[in-house]
Design a protein around this ligand. Structure first.
Ligand code: CA
Length: 246
């Protein structure tokens, strides 16, 4: 029953690389490491990891470009590890395809908590999926066909290449329709927490939701002014745009 989960650590600093390797090993991953960006891109392609931790400051290619290249072949959960607490870095990292980020120095417990929260989120069809079961297995809205079971979104006959985070946000809006979800609601959803727990959500986590929503909007080719799917409710959050008859 238990499937081996693969982790990939892309980090040039040996001490941090070892620390992250140990954290992921303890969380049950078969862990591989890479000390350069190019080696990391190659390993991501060959190993098809579930989780990747990605240092932004690598000796050869910067982490943003590494994330972009990995995203061409992988839907791994990517946690960016940033050396500086600069918001621009983290937002650029999320735009480049990262799912989450941690600022160094981070507590090993924090990394483990994020990885475990992510692993509770559904990935592929046959795994247990408490979240996906809340919606119909197939949903169609304004020409976009979404399957919660196979985790695919098809628009005009073409499957969209969504990250897991983007897919989960899209699904969250499809589930609740015209009910507005705040950024904090959606951030909690990404941690696999119920909406009504009211756990702490930082400004940075809310901005991360904005970035993921922006990425999702781009991939959908959706319009802010006349949305077909992602409607922004200013100062509040997001909801599903109304259905149209054509
Ligand atoms: Ca580094």
């Amino acid at each position: 029953m238990s499937e081996v989960r693969v982790g990939l650590v892309i980090e040039d600093d040996q001490d941090i690389r070892e620390l992250v390797r140990v954290v992921l090993s303890q969380a049950g991953f078969d862990v591989h490491v890479a000390s350069t960006g190019s080696a990391g891109v190659t390993s991501a392609r060959e190993l098809n990891p579930d989780v990747i931790t990605l240092d932004l400051g690598l000796p050869d290619i910067d982490g943003f470009e590494v994330a972009r290249q990995i995203r061409k072949s992988s839907d791994a959960y990517i946690i960016m590890l940033t050396a500086r607490a600069e918001e621009l870095d983290t937002l650029m990292g999320l735009e480049a395809g990262g799912d989450d980020y941690l600022t160094k120095p981070f507590r090993p417990r924090e990394l483990r908590a994020r990885v475990e929260a992510m692993m509770r989120r559904p990935r592929a069809s046959s795994e247990s999926r408490s979240v996906a079961e809340e919606v119909d297995p197939e949903v169609s809205h304004n020409g976009l066909a979404v399957s919660a079971g196979s985790r695919t979104a098809v628009l005009n006959g073409t499957e969209l290449k969504l990250t897991r985070t983007e897919f989960d946000l899209l699904l969250a809006l499809l589930e609740t329709g015209r009910i507005v979800r705040t950024k904090a609601d959606l951030a909690r959803r990404l941690r696999n927490e119920p909406y009504d727990v009211g756990s702490y959500v930082s400004d940075a986590d809310e901005r991360a939701v904005e970035v993921h929503m922006g990425n999702l909007r781009k991939k959908l080719g959706d319009s802010i002014q006349a949305p077909r799917w992602l409607e922004t409710v200013r100062g509040v959050g997001y909801r599903l745009a109304p259905g149209s008859s054509n």
